[in-house]
Design a protein around this ligand. Structure first.
Ligand code: HEC
Length: 250
């Protein structure tokens, strides 16, 4: 009897000890899924802007028919292709469902708010490029989800164009110690249980590398002013150009 008591107590103790760790692992797994999903949706929206850049820059066309709903619909197609996830299958009431919804609403909000810029006749370059759209979408998202999550595009400190996009301490350290390390697997996301703004958080950082299409602005010759008015960074194809940083508060 006493030995049974002994073992059941040990079993109970064992379960209690294991349960929080298990809970945390599962939560972290779920959070990584959400971070990947928000990262993919942001990239999809940026891709839509990129694919429509020639249209956006056309000074001869007024109404471009590029409203928020249209851009979101195109982004959803790209999101499904790249993630193999159908957003309709994500429960609307779940944390993932709510955050993805807030992000989609942010995409529509930003594109709709910029219609007069996009439809301006007689002006070719309107300053509406994927990076700017992404920043505005992230700002709109963070307003909608600030209690819960933050999405941001940042970059190695020396590459930062817009001060608003400067890396915070965690991002700077993650970029320096992990993403820029010679042996960091190309494309692999960093995940970390840490804190942000004084709150416990899971944080994620997905690296982005310069493609040939980026170099007209971020390439060489270093210091030459690009079409957007910024000095070029002198970067090369394949260099770490940026990081999509997702914070999920606990
Ligand atoms: C037409 C010029 C142009 C091209 C092409 C371009 N960028 Fe940029 N990029 C900019 C400008 C301008 C900003 C600042 C946008 C803002 O915050 O409004 C920026 C911002 C960024 C940022 C955010 C950090 C920062 O410096 O503010 C990253 C990361 C970035 N670009 C990476 C890329 C990558 C990767 C590509 C190619 C896939 C690319 N860019 C193509 C002009 C360009």
């Amino acid at each position: 009897m006493s030995s049974f008591k002994h073992w059941s107590a040990r079993l109970l103790f064992g379960l209690l000890a294991v349960a929080p760790a298990l809970g945390q692992a599962v939560e972290r797994e779920d959070d990584a899924v959400i971070a990947r999903s928000l990262t993919a949706m942001l990239r999809a929206a940026r891709t839509v802007v990129s694919r429509n850049q020639a249209l956006i820059n056309d000074p001869a066309i007024g109404d471009k028919g590029l409203g928020g709903k249209k851009v979101l619909a195109e982004a959803l197609v790209i999101y499904k292709e790249t993630t193999q996830i159908d957003p309709k299958g994500i429960a609307a009431g779940s944390r993932h469902g709510r955050l993805l919804r807030a992000q989609q609403d942010a995409i529509v909000e930003v594109i709709d708010a910029n219609q007069s810029t996009l439809n301006q006749r007689g002006v070719a370059f309107k300053g509406f490029i994927p990076a700017t759209a992404a920043r505005l979408i992230n700002e709109a998202f963070s307003r909608r989800a600030s209690e819960d999550a933050v999405v941001k595009v940042t970059a190695p400190e020396q590459l930062i164009r817009n001060r608003k996009s400067r890396p915070d301490d965690w991002e700077a350290k993650t970029i320096r110690d992990k993403l820029l390390a010679a042996d960091w697997p190309k494309g692999q996301m960093v995940s970390d249980a840490t804190s942000s703004q004084g709150r416990q958080a899971f944080r994620f950082a997905s690296p982005e590398y310069y493609a040939p299409s980026c170099l007209s602005c971020h390439g060489g010759p270093k210091g030459q002013i690009d079409v957007t008015g910024y000095p070029k960074e002198g970067a090369s194809e394949g260099d770490l150009g940026g990081v999509i940083s997702v914070t999920l508060f606990r």
